[in-house]
Design a protein around this ligand. Structure first.
Ligand code: SF4
Length: 350
């Protein structure tokens, strides 16, 4: 892989190594006037990701590719400093989509190198334009894709190996890129770097605020519901939906039951799903009313153990260690917040 590949798939080991060996240090990149256009490019890419959930696929020459790659750490610093769940997911999605555009055009040797970087060993199937991989590598990356074609049952496995098209491999890699970028954010940013980039950070923050102001789905839409008290599993699923990331069926069910169980109106839940890439109003309304008891059974949000089994439990909050159900988390958090508020009001009237 070369600099043009690195500029389009910037989270690879090769790209990071290239940046590490570059004569331009990250401090200089953030502070020196000579690199102002690179900082601007970084900010523009973050704004692009925020606006479209994608970055335009640009066919770079080597010089432009190097500039683009240098802008990558700037984008990560801006996203880290803002530390907004929605922006992080949207940015990771945009980097992944851009990578897909490039991966789909890679020659087999570069594809092999890239796949190996993500822990997948592939060989070219000499009979056609497909690639062959071990089924465990396939499951490791395909389990997050929910259309039926990704189920192992719908693939032919021979002696532990299966064959997929280059297009499907690119889709698997897209998901791997999204995951890698998202997991690495936010990272620590020293105060002097924050200071040096503050105008770029403010501009992106302002774009987020403007967008939040325009959103169909706002804090008031939750009614009596208190979104700040949602456990991470639910708030991160809502952020995923808003960032245009498809939810798994199990997470979709968990989020819907949770919101219904705490009293949110079905039409407000439909509004949350509206940003979903595969949104269909009719199907969504049907599923919500089914879960809400239209067929005689009212469903309850799954317990934490089931959430963990289904891969839907990030479980990072300290309170998660003390509870066994997302609804208990929510009720306890609401109770604690109310108690804090009462205490505050009491102290104010002393
Ligand atoms: S431990 Fe329970 S409440 Fe906490 S994130 Fe996991 S599923 Fe959600």
């Amino acid at each position: 892989m070369d600099i043009i590949d690195f500029a389009n798939i910037p989270c690879t080991t090769g790209a990071l190594e290239y940046l590490r060996k570059s004569d331009i240090g990250s401090n200089d990149l953030c502070t020196q006037a000579a690199f102002e256009s690179i900082r601007s490019t970084g900010k523009e890419r973050v704004l692009e990701a925020l606006k479209d959930g994608a970055m335009k696929y640009r066919r770079f020459n080597k010089l432009a590719a190097e500039k683009e790659l240098l802008a990558y750490p700037i984008t990560r610093i801006i996203v880290s400093c803002i530390n907004n769940n929605y922006l992080t997911k949207r940015y990771a999605l945009a980097v992944a989509r851009l990578s897909y555009e490039h991966i789909i055009e890679l020659k087999i040797d570069a594809l092999k190198e890239l796949a190996a970087d993500f822990g997948i060993n592939i060989t070219a199937d000499s009979r056609n334009m497909n690639v062959v991989m071990h089924f465990t590598d396939y499951i490791h990356h395909a389990h997050v894709l929910h259309e039926p074609k990704w189920k192992l049952l719908n693939r032919t496995v021979e002696q532990g190996m299966l064959t997929i098209s280059i297009g499907d491999l690119a889709r698997l890699m897209e998901e791997a890129v999204r995951n890698k970028v998202e997991l690495g954010l936010p990272h620590e940013v020293p105060q002097d770097i924050r200071e040096a980039l503050k105008t770029y950070i403010s501009e992106v923050q302002e774009a987020i605020n403007t967008r939040a102001g325009k959103q169909d789905f706002s804090r008031e839409d939750f009614g009596e519901v208190v979104p700040d008290c949602f456990p991470t599993c639910i708030s991160s699923a809502i952020a995923d939906v808003q960032a245009n990331v498809n939810l798994s069926h199990t997470m979709r069910f968990a989020m819907t039951t949770f919101l219904l169980n705490i009293g949110m109106k079905p039409e407000k839940i439909t509004e949350i799903f509206r940003a979903s890439p595969d949104f269909s109003e009719q199907d969504t309304n049907y599923q919500i009313s089914h879960i809400n008891g239209a067929s005689g059974t009212t469903y309850t949000c799954p317990a934490c153990a089931t959430m963990a089994t289904n891969g839907n439990c990030p479980g990072k909050a300290p309170m998660c260690k003390k509870i066994e159900h997302p609804l208990v988390y929510y009720r306890r958090k609401v109770w604690l917040e109310n108690k804090k508020q009462v205490k505050k009001e009491y102290l104010e009237h002393q």
